[in-house]
Design a protein around this ligand. Structure first.
Ligand SMILES: Nc1ncnc2c1ncn2[C@@H]1O[C@H](COP(=O)(O)OP(=O)(O)O)[C@@H](O)[C@H]1O
Ligand SMILES: [Mg+2]
Length: 417
């Protein structure tokens, strides 16, 4: 086997409710990397925000015992490096003796594989960190991630481009606190009942409720504000079919996967966190329901979704359009809601780091997991090199002595003496 040429920092964990889900997605991705090309270095963000590395972090068993994990892993800090790479350096030991007898770990990362879900891992924050550090990273950029995580801004962007969305009202905590009754009236007058209430920037169905009465709406909004200062209240699609489509590539060259139809475990309309990630394997499930190993891939789903070819193509084209609109890169999953009675299809949400990187949609689309990862990394490098070709700095030193004359804080005009 040839020596891998590219070192991939596989970022996993994170300070978000989807911490464990991220560990599964990222380890699946690390295992799928073609080792003749890529050398994975795990970068685990613990729940307290500390970053760790170490080979043991590539094994899911390590995460069962967090004390053992801390003993086996090395805390690291990130350092900007030569443009286009990132350096990780072991956090120095507290004792002088330890520091003297130990050579601190250092490694250079060529590309960051962002395997985080929710919170700062998916809302543009860590993407911004990578931009500022000057290192390529997989997935969407800062803007697409930030808009994509926000269910209000996403729907507004789609509506602006004539992509159907259900009617909704956005509520901010400050307005709600002083005008509860008015806001409840506004929601019911505009949207009727039943309604779905969601924190604007969470995921995994956290804080989502259905309201059939005004009292339930009040309680659901109160509950959603526990998770976010912005809440979205939407018309409920009562005869619901959920249809998801993954898109891969860059805005210039985007390709849609086969469609999936997730199946809820009960008659409840809202797919729960349990439905999504915590179902036990039941070997007796019907042949039409594919089941992947773990994580997002454990949800019962029909692949490909049973829709006629015209409808399938229309949804795939819409998914590609949305991917382009959000200026996504790598892989994203776009989720639609279909009304069984009217056949109307609405954009529901975009996941810019989808669970399990949607590999279970790409395999039946003819893209094996190793290839999916390769294409994601290529997209990251392509976006980076395109951005690096732009003018970022000027060779002229604006702080040369001459240009400083007249500057308030400079000694040359006497103000500093
Ligand atoms: N307007 C709606 N009408 C009916 N069901 C909905 C509606 N919006 C969401 N749901 C249900 O709630 C689930 C979670 O909502 P979603 O917007 O996808 O948030 P999350 O980011 O938490 O996945 C959906 O998968 C669907 O089952
Ligand atoms: Mg969803």
């Amino acid at each position: 086997m040839s020596t891998p040429t590219c070192t991939v920092g596989v970022v996993l964990g994170g300070v978000a409710p989807e911490h464990e889900v991220s560990i599964i997605s990222a380890l699946q991705a690390a295992a799928a990397l073609d080792r003749s090309r890529y050398r994975p270095i795990p970068l685990y963000i613990a729940k307290d925000g500390t970053w760790y590395t170490g080979d043991a972090l590539l094994d899911v068993e390590t995460y069962r015992d967090l004390d053992r994990l801390r003993a086996q892993a090395t805390p690291v800090a990130l350092h900007p490096n030569r443009h286009g790479t990132l350096r990780i350096v072991e956090v120095p030991a507290a004792s002088r003796w330890e520091r003297m007898r130990h050579t601190p770990l250092r490694a250079t990362i060529d590309v960051m594989l962002l395997g985080l879900h929710g919170g700062p891992g998916e809302d543009g924050s860590i993407q911004g960190l990578c931009e500022a550090m000057g290192v390529p990273y997989t997935g969407s950029g800062v803007v697409g991630s930030a808009i994509g995580i926000d269910k209000v801004l996403s729907k507004e962007l789609c509506r602006l481009h004539d992509i159907p969305v259900v009617d909704f009202v956005a509520l901010r905590e400050s307005e709600w606190a002083h005008h509860e009754d008015e806001q409840l009236d506004r929601c019911i007058d505009m949207l009727g009942l039943p309604l779905i209430v969601k924190p604007a920037r969470c995921g995994s169905s956290i804080g989502i409720d259905r309201a059939d009465t005004r009292a339930e709406l009040d309680a659901a909004i109160e509950d959603a504000f526990r998770y976010d200062s912005k809440v979205i209240v939407e018309e409920a699609v009562t005869a619901l079919r959920e249809i998801n489509c993954s898109v891969l590539g860059t805005p210039a060259e985007a390709e849609a996967s086969v469609l999936e139809e997730p199946v809820p475990s009960s008659e409840e309309e809202v797919l729960s966190f349990q439905d999504k990630y915590m179902r036990e394997d039941d070997a007796g499930s019907s042949g039409a329901k594919a089941r992947g190993p773990e994580g997002m891939a454990s949800l019962d789903r029909i692949i490909p979704a049973e829709l006629d070819s015209g409808r399938t193509t229309a949804i795939q084209e819409q998914a590609v359009r949305i991917f382009q609109l959000f200026e996504c890169a790598g892989v994203a999953r776009i989720d639609f809601m279909m009304d069984r009675n009217t056949g109307a299809v609405y954009f529901n949400e975009i996941n810019t780091i989808p669970g399990s990187f949607s590999f279970y949609l790409w395999e039946p689309s003819g893209v094996p997991f190793d290839r999916l990862m390769h294409r994601m990394i290529q997209a990251a490098q392509q976006r980076f090199s395109e951005a690096s070709g732009r003018i970022r700095t000027y060779d002229v030193n604006l702080l040369s002595e001459r240009s400083l004359s007249g500057f308030k804080g400079s000694k040359s005009n006497g103000s500093g003496s």
